[in-house]
Design a binder for this molecule. Structure first.
Ligand SMILES: [Zn+2]
Length: 265
C-alpha cells in the first residue's frame, strides 16, 4: 500500500495567525515542530495500517518547511515547488493507493474557518462544474485523475466539514475551530493520537473511499477578488470572461483545467 501525505501548515494544531506559518517570524520554529510531529503521527498511522511506501509532500508556502531528519525514517519527502502543474500534489501518480491531508484549511470566506483561503490569496472562490471547492477539493481532483482516493483530512473544524461533504467515507480530525480571527484549540498531544489512529482507520477502511471525480467534462470558474487577474487571464487560450472578476474554462480533460488554473492564478 502506497500512501501520499500532503501537509499544509495553516491547519496544524495551535496555528492561529499567518505570521506563525512564516519562516523567520518569532513562533515559526515552534509551529514547524508541531508540523513535523503531526506529519509523523500520520506516518505512524500509515505504517500500522501496512503502508509499504509513504511519500510526504510539503505543501506550505516555500514548500521547504519539513526537514528530512525530523521525519520517521520510513518516509520519503518532497520539498520545494517543481514549477510544474501539480503544486501541492507533486509526486503523486497512479502507483499510490490513498491520499492523506494533514494540517489543511477551509476555502476562502468560510465562516469559522481558521486562516481560510483558496490556493492563491487572489482567489475568492473556485468552482468546478458549479461546485465551490476548497484547496483539498482541487487537489483531490488531481488525485482522482490518477484514480487515487482521499481517505483522511486533519485541520480546522470547517475544512473537516468541507471534506465530509465532498469525500465519501473520509476520516477527519478537527484540531481547532475559528471564532473570527481567533481560534479555539484542542491539545496538540491529543490531536497527534487522533491523527495516528485516524490515518490507520482510514487506510484500513479505504475500500469505502472513491477517487474524487466530477463527471466526464470539467468547467472551472475562478472568481478573483480583484479585476486585473481576470483581465490578464482572459488572454489564456480558451478562457472566457464571465464577469468583472470571473473567468471560466471548460475541457474534457482535467489536465487542461489544471494548466489553465496554474497559468492564470
Ligand atoms: Zn499553507
Amino acid at each position: 500500500m502506497r500512501v501520499f501525505i500532503c501537509v499544509d501548515m495553516e491547519g496544524i494544531s495551535g496555528v492561529t495567525t499567518f505570521e506563525e506559518t512564516m519562516a523567520g517570524k518569532a513562533d515559526y520554529e515552534y509551529f514547524r515542530r508541531q508540523m513535523h510531529k503531526e506529519t509523523n503521527a500520520a506516518i505512524k498511522g500509515a505504517l500500522q495500517a501496512g503502508a509499504t511506501r509513504i511519500v510526504v509532500r510539503d505543501g506550505h508556502d516555500s514548500a521547504c518547511n519539513l526537514l528530512p531528519e525530523e521525519l520517521c525514517v520510513e518516509a520519503e519527502l518532497i520539498r520545494n515547488w517543481s514549477g510544474g502543474l501539480y503544486g501541492m500534489m507533486e509526486g503523486l501518480d497512479d502507483t499510490f493507493d490513498a491520499v492523506v491531508f494533514v494540517g489543511h484549511h477551509a476555502k476562502a470566506n468560510t465562516p469559522h474557518g481558521v486562516l481560510k483561503h483558496t490556493m492563491s490569496m487572489k482567489v475568492n472562490d473556485l468552482r468546478v462544474n458549479g461546485l465551490s471547492l476548497p484547496e483539498i477539493g482541487w487537489n483531490a481532483l488531481i488525485a482522482g485523475y490518477h484514480g487515487v482516493p482521499v481517505v483522511f483530512v486533519s485541520g480546522d473544524h470547517a475544512v473537516c466539514e468541507q471534506a465530509q461533504a465532498l469525500f465519501e467515507n473520509v476520516v477527519t480530525v478537527p484540531v481547532k475551530e475559528g471564532r473570527g480571527l481567533a481560534a479555539l484549540h484542542r491539545h496538540p498531544e491529543k490531536m497527534r493520537m487522533f491523527i495516528e489512529d485516524g490515518v490507520k482507520k482510514a487506510l484500513l477502511e479505504r475500500s469505502g473511499c472513491k477517487p474524487f471525480v466530477l463527471g466526464d467534462e470539467y468547467t472551472v470558474e475562478i472568481e478573483f477578488n480583484s479585476e486585473p487577474p481576470a483581465y490578464r487571464g482572459e488572454w489564456y487560450p480558451g478562457a472566457v470572461r464571465t464577469g468583472n472578476c470571473t473567468l471560466q474554462y471548460s475541457s474534457l480533460d482535467f489536465m487542461d483545467c489544471l494548466r489553465f488554473f496554474e497559468f492564470v492564478t
